[in-house]
Write a protein that binds this ligand. Structure first.
Ligand code: ZN
Ligand code: FE
Ligand code: FE
Ligand code: ZN
Length: 292
């Protein structure tokens, strides 16, 4: 079991395993799930596949936290030595039956990450690369253990720095989809809408320019903010720019697969979306959304 207080680690208010298929879960791919290898999650790819099958989730992309060769945040990701084990474990459960199991990774953007990722990512056989920002400088702003930092920082300046990092992430061209786009709201510190809009727009323009998608990530519903990432307002701005979306639970245990996907589908539709992304070998296509 995880005892980590990592930002994405499971919380007790996450839905628990019911064992039975839930008719209320729409058949959308879950493109953001973790494994035990990252040191703060439970389950191996086979367990995730089994849970997806129970819920009628048609595809699951395993996207564990990417290893790094430098000293960046080693306590929240697989070790470099575990990468082949990770790859093989995903490979082993890719069968011909549903659900389809895809091979992905959640790779952080931080200044200097290109030194490794630019040569390493293209050499892997990934279906999807999620891009995330979890740090502003050396502050893990979404880590509960570092949440106090919000009380001593200028909230607007922190968000502005965050969105600038997201823009730089997009500019690298190394990633397919931005994960949890407005993650800094996790502990309910955020600028008002008038302040938020221009900074979000600048990041979204760079995401659109890079031809990337964004993720509708339901894990925020189980955090203090109790809201999907991103907000309706930001999702509207993304839709105005024709930025496509995919769906992710950010499951850190198998029972969390596709959690609250009905709410995610409703949010996507309300923001104007009628299709979502599918990936194979990092090639994107669009598939109509299922009915609500
Ligand atoms: Zn995590
Ligand atoms: Fe993340
Ligand atoms: Fe994640
Ligand atoms: Zn995540």
């Amino acid at each position: 079991m995880t005892t980590s207080d990592h930002p994405s680690a499971s919380t007790s208010d996450h839905p628990s395993a019911s064992g039975a298929p839930r008719a209320s879960t729409p058949p959308l791919p879950d493109y953001h799930v973790h494994t035990v290898l990252c040191k703060h999650a439970d389950g191996m790819p086979g367990d995730l596949r089994d849970s997806a099958r129970l819920k009628g989730t048609p595809e699951v992309c395993i996207t564990d936290h990417c290893p790094t060769p430098d000293s960046y945040d080693p306590q929240h990701r697989m070790d470099m030595n575990d990468f082949l084990r990770y790859r093989d474990a995903v490979q082993e459960v890719r069968g011909s039956d549903a659900p389809a199991v895809l091979f992905g990774v959640e790779a952080d953007y931080y200044p200097g990450c290109e030194r490794f990722l630019a040569s390493w990512l293209p050499r892997q056989d990934f279906d999807l690369v999620l891009g995330s920002v979890h740090y502003i400088g050396d502050w893990g702003f979404d880590n509960p253990a570092e949440a106090d930092g919000w009380n001593t920082t200028d909230v607007c300046a922190a968000w502005s720095a965050y969105f600038d990092l997201v823009g730089r992430l997009a500019d690298t061209g190394l990633y397919d989809v931005v994960a949890h786009l407005d993650l800094p709201k996790k502990f309910e510190h955020r600028p008002n809408e008038n302040e938020m809009k221009p900074m979000a727009e600048r990041a979204l323009d760079r995401i659109a320019g890079a031809g990337m998608g964004i993720e509708i990530n339901t894990s925020g519903l189980y955090r203090r903010v109790r809201e999907i990432y991103p907000s309706f307002q930001i999702l509207r701005l993304a839709h105005e720019r024709d930025i496509p979306v995919c769906f992710g639970s950010d499951a850190h245990e198998p029972s969390q697969i596709a959690a609250a996907f009905s709410a995610a589908l409703e949010l996507a539709r309300s923001a104007g979306y009628a299709a979502s992304l599918r990936f194979r070998k990092r090639k994107a296509s669009l598939v109509p959304l299922p009915p609500m």
